[in-house]
Design a protein around this ligand. Structure first.
Ligand SMILES: N[C@@H](Cc1c[nH]cn1)C(=O)NCC(=O)O
Length: 436
């Protein structure tokens, strides 16, 4: 859309952003419930990490289907379903007393979580003009981090007070009940129109995904998301605490405190990056490249530091790496700009696969390398550097291809999302055949 977003659109966005807050709360709730979960299900640390891998795996696997569902049925219906799955998953967590039921519960929860983010971004694409897209998505992620904060000290206090079952039961019920608010309040577009959902033809759906994937702007978004968000994710979801405790000899409480730098960094960095790229879309790729160059320096320092890394080095290093999440939002802005609204959900899902596939692969490879090296974090974390290099290389390839498309469109006099000037590293202009 063009013009200004109405108050109604802001209200609809806020209603949907609360779904993302709930989703992040449920996603991160095992961070502080881990020890109690181990006790309740009678399992050790290795079995506990299965919860994380399962959840991220379900999330990544569901991104493209979610994008297609959102384009087909509209974000209101998909968000309503997301809340019902999240609520059901958390109610199952509340009553689960075996490891198998616990895994099933977190799987259902991961399914609901997977339906949320892409739906909210699709709503933003429909309700806000293009120039506001990045800033509103960054507000959304900042609201999501409130869910992450609620899953730290407040959840610890609730688990220590009322206990596991009442806490998770209440969280699950509130989430399921909120689905009625979303179903009643959210509208897919400012005019209230909803995509016409006829019968679903697999071939048609595959064509929609292929078309989105072939757009160089979508592919660039995929590699931007892949390269920027996985390192902070791997540290906060799985390997950050073991690296600091076993690899660096820090107490567990210090390790958890150090990881909160990622939450605050993303909460501040999100709106900052969002407002910069909303005002200057041309700054998107320079920002991503700047972040990746800085991340390479940070990893070189972290992995080559002799002995224990001082807190005075860890805090700025983590603060810088936390900007990877906000930088990854540039991938979604690219998907939004280079696809028509009817395909934005699918393209957003494709982009969102990037970071989560990179997270899953890195988390697994780090685990394998730790096993092979007898716990050498300096060696195991080289997996992060390897994926950073791969992602950056593929991103550069698609950046040049996307620029070549833009030049061609500019030369044809078409409207382009960003005006670009040719540089020496760009492919030379194609010769336009002259009439004889
Ligand atoms: N890029 C992340 C969101 C983010 C923003 N700042 C830090 N992280 C992302 O893709 N999120 C998807 C989700 O479901 O949370």
């Amino acid at each position: 859309m063009t013009g200004r977003a109405s108050r109604r659109s802001w209200l609809i966005w806020f209603t949907a952003a609360i779904v993302y807050l709930l989703s992040v709360f449920h996603r991160t709730s095992f961070g502080v419930a881990g020890l109690e979960a181990a006790d309740r299900f009678g399992v050790g640390a290795a079995a506990l990490s299965t919860f994380t891998v399962l959840q991220v795996g379900v999330y990544a696997a569901m991104q493209i289907p979610t994008g297609v569902l959102v384009d087909r049925f509209g974000p209101r219906k998909v968000l309503t379903a997301a809340l019902l799955f999240l609520g059901l998953g958390q109610i199952l967590v509340a009553v689960a007393d075996t490891y198998a039921l616990g895994l099933l519960a977190r799987g259902v929860l991961g399914f609901g979580d997977a339906l949320t983010f892409v739906s909210v971004l699709r709503l933003i694409a429909a309700h806000f003009p293009g120039r506001q897209y990045a800033v509103v998505t960054s507000f959304t992620t900042a609201i999501g981090f409130l869910g992450n904060l609620a899953a730290t000290v407040p959840l610890t206090l609730l688990l220590a007070g009322p206990g596991w079952t009442p806490t998770f039961l209440a969280a699950g019920l509130v989430t399921a009940i909120y689905s009625a608010v979303v179903a009643g309040r959210v509208r897919d577009t400012p005019a209230g129109a909803t995509p016409k959902a006829g019968p679903v033809h697999a071939r048609e759906l595959a064509r929609q995904v292929r078309t989105a994937w072939r757009v160089p702007g979508t592919r660039l978004g995929f590699w931007v998301h892949f390269s920027t968000m996985f390192a902070p994710n791997v540290l906060t979801l799985l390997w950050g605490v073991p690296f600091l405790v076993q690899g660096q000899g820090r107490p567990a409480a210090t390790a958890s405190a150090l990881l909160t730098v990622f939450v605050f960094g993303s909460m501040i960095g999100g709106p900052l990056v969002g407002s910069i790229i909303s005002a200057r879309p041309g700054a998107r790729m320079p920002l991503v490249l700047g972040y990746l160059a800085g991340a390479a320096v940070v990893w070189a320092v972290l992995l080559s530091w002799p002995g224990q890394i001082p807190v005075g080095v860890l805090v700025p290093a983590f603060a810088f790496l936390s900007l990877g999440g906000p930088a990854s939002m540039i991938g979604f802005a690219l998907a939004r700009d280079y696809n028509p609204l009817s395909r934005v959900g699918t393209a957003t899902g494709v982009v969102n696969v990037g970071g989560f596939v990179a997270t899953t692969v890195t988390a697994l490879v780090v685990g394998v390398l730790l096993q092979l090296t007898g716990g050498q974090f300096r060696v195991a974390l080289l997996a992060v550097v390897a994926l950073l290099a791969l992602g950056t290389f593929r991103m550069l390839v698609w950046w040049l291809r996307a620029r070549a498309e833009l030049f061609a469109a500019q030369e044809r006099g078409e409207h382009v999302p960003v005006q670009v000037r040719r540089h020496v590293w760009d492919a030379p202009a194609r010769k336009v055949p002259q009439p004889a």
